[in-house]
Design a binder for this molecule. Structure first.
Ligand SMILES: Nc1ncnc2c1ncn2[C@@H]1O[C@H](COP(=O)(O)OP(=O)(O)O)[C@@H](O)[C@H]1O
Ligand SMILES: [Mg+2]
Length: 233
């Protein structure tokens, strides 16, 4: 479980300062699908960076399984991230000239695993995710939806407990977007905490817990009903 207690984030100083998060108190439950929903500029990516230990708050505390992240030094925090979290981004960040297999196995190099074991692990996961026929293709040969599913495999390969995805469907057509959402749902159903950052209400409807952000203020709530329009448009 990850808990944020009275988290503030202020970028910059003086007249140019931006108060991106304001007294945010939220919980990410183990094994649940959580959406961080809000319009552009509402603070979603900033909040995801706090939850994932990629950035630290200006004030307040981030606790993960009883550990205070602010008390870890740089190396301890990097080790925590490598062990606990997997990240998925809108623009995939795959190595275009590498094969799918090498892209997915890459985090295991950082984990110090031997090549044979890395490749076996990556192949097993790619097969499970329905990407068996793509294993030896270069990343640049894939469609957007396939690239995003490969990047989800890369986020999972080292066995994290939390997967954080920042606008993962943002560069995809609606059909590929749905496939990516279904895959993330499956990841949560199999016991990982999934944290989805999105401005898209339809995508947020996959979530069991919803953190609704408005100008840096967070409201924690349950699932969004089919007919609900949170933006009031
Ligand atoms: N590194 C930064 N430096 C200064 N301002 C930032 C930085 N990152 C984000 N912001 C500002 O913080 C606010 C929230 O940004 P962000 O978390 O990226 O929102 P979202 O992901 O919802 O679009 C915005 O006003 C944005 O311009
Ligand atoms: Mg963002």
């Amino acid at each position: 479980m990850i808990e944020l207690k009275h988290v503030d984030k202020i970028y910059g100083k003086g007249d140019g300062a931006v108060h991106a998060l304001k007294d945010v108190c939220v919980t990410i439950r183990d094994g649940k699908f959580t959406a961080i929903l809000g319009k552009s500029g509402s603070g979603k990516s900033t909040l995801m960076n706090m939850i994932g230990g990629l950035d630290s708050p200006t004030a307040g505390e981030v606790w993960s399984d009883g550990k205070l992240l602010g008390a870890l030094n740089k190396n301890q925090l990097a080790a925590y991230r490598n062990r606990t979290t997997g990240f998925v981004f809108q623009s995939f960040y795959l190595e275009p000239t590498f094969t799918v297999l090498d892209n997915v196995a890459m985090p295991l190099i950082i984990a110090g695993m031997k090549r044979k074991e890395r490749e076996a692990r990556a192949v097993e996961l790619l097969e499970k995710l329905g990407l068996a026929d793509k294993i030896h293709k270069r990343a640049s040969e894939l469609s957007g939806g396939q690239k995003q599913r490969v990047s989800i495999a890369r986020a999972l390969v080292h066995g994290p407990s939390v997967v954080l995805a920042d606008e993962p469907t943002g560069n995809l057509d609606s059909q590929s977007g749905r496939e990516v959402m279904e895959l993330l749902k499956r990841v949560a159903d199999e016991g990982k905490a999934v944290v989805l950052v999105t401005h898209n209400i339809a995508d947020a409807k996959y979530a069991e817990d919803v953190i609704f952000l408005r100008d840096g203020v967070a409201e924690m709530r349950g699932p969004i009903a089919e007919s609900e329009n949170l933006y009031g448009e």
